[in-house]
Design a protein. Structure first.
Length: 112
């Protein structure tokens, strides 16, 4: 992208391993000092997998946070559409999932 003169303010990337985070950091720092950073995608992964990916991503300053959607609402929404939970339970479940991920991200960030 940088060879094409495309310089996004933010990158949204899937979970990466350490070596890839180093490469991403180097490329962005070399080619785009104005980039705000990277947001880690959830990509419908189970909460445990997303939480695990935080342990790697949080070590790299280029990763500023995460974006999740289906990871936090897919299962509760499925239960709600099947009339297995009510509106209140849906909202509670999605909220709990989101709070769990926020707390996990903060925990990993504090460890570095």
């Amino acid at each position: 992208f940088y060879d094409l003169k495309i310089k996004p303010d933010w990158w949204k990337l899937p979970a990466l391993q350490d070596e890839s985070w180093v490469q991403v950091s180097d490329v962005i720092n070399t080619h785009d000092p104005h980039c705000q950073g990277v947001l880690l995608l959830g990509l419908s992964a189970p909460i445990d997998s997303v939480r695990e990916s935080f342990g790697v991503a949080a070590k790299y300053n280029i990763c500023k946070g995460f974006t999740v959607g289906r990871t936090i609402f897919y299962e509760p929404a499925k239960l709600w559409m099947q009339h297995k939970i009510n509106d209140h339970e849906l909202v509670d479940s999605v909220s709990i999932n989101y709070i769990e991920l926020i707390q996990a991200w903060k925990k990993y960030r504090e460890e570095i």
